[in-house]
Design a protein around this ligand. Structure first.
Ligand SMILES: [Zn+2]
Length: 213
């Protein structure tokens, strides 16, 4: 887990949005290998083992739909608008197989939610078992959703974490959510960008947290 990502992580329990406190028992070159992420509000602890964040016990694994063929990796990066960026990009589920290819295209921070395996840990931050994207509002540059992460109870939270203009990619059968303007689609996927919306989002912002913009 990239230690610098700690500022972006948020507890997913039902209380006001709060950042987490990291305790690294073993770290190297800015990455936490063993340690704990604690919530100062509800005191839930998430373990980091072997560089992987276990949000829930056991975590889950996506089935790899296909290997990381270069053409698909480049297409995914283009749709996400991958460029050097301070805000992270999030690849959900099977999209995680493209982490090595996309991570090599630019100086960027990658987060993998429930990827097929943990080989991306150390290049990307692997998080398993989170009930929704566990990052702060308006803190993510782009997100590629797979079917499970685009479920109705998750997609609004995925919209909320995007910066204005941030890209979202989902399967063609997923309804484009409020707050996303569709830019293009084909038979398999659509891509959209975050636009201003006054519709309430399910994340609550802590009054003192003014860092997320
Ligand atoms: Zn909490």
């Amino acid at each position: 887990m990239l230690l610098a990502l700690t500022d972006h992580l948020r507890c997913t329990e039902s209380h006001a949005e709060t950042w987490l406190v990291a305790r690294a028992d073993r770290a190297a070159h800015g990455w936490m290998i063993e340690g704990v992420l604690g919530c100062p509000v509800c005191h839930t602890e998430r373990m980091v083992r072997g560089g992987v964040v276990f949000w829930a016990d056991g975590g889950v694994r996506a089935n790899p739909a296909a290997g990381p063929d270069p053409e698909t990796s480049i297409r995914l990066a283009a749709l996400l608008g991958v460029t050097d960026a301070r805000a992270p990009f999030v690849l959900c589920g099977a999209h995680g197989v493209h982490s090595a290819a996309i991570g090599g295209m630019a100086d960027l921070t990658l987060v993998l939610l429930d990827p097929p395996d943990d080989t991306g840990a150390g290049l990307a931050t692997v998080i398993r078992g989170a009930p929704r994207v566990p990052l702060g509002e308006r803190s993510v540059q782009g997100i590629a959703l797979d079917a499970s992460h685009a479920a109705a109870d998750r997609i609004d939270a995925a919209v909320a974490v995007l910066v204005h203009g941030g890209r979202m990619i989902a399967d063609a059968g997923v309804p484009v959510p409020t707050g996303i303007k569709e830019l293009a689609r084909d038979a398999a996927q659509w891509v959209g960008e975050r636009v201003a919306t006054s519709v309430p989002v399910p994340l609550m912002r802590a009054a003192r947290d003014t860092r997320a913009t």
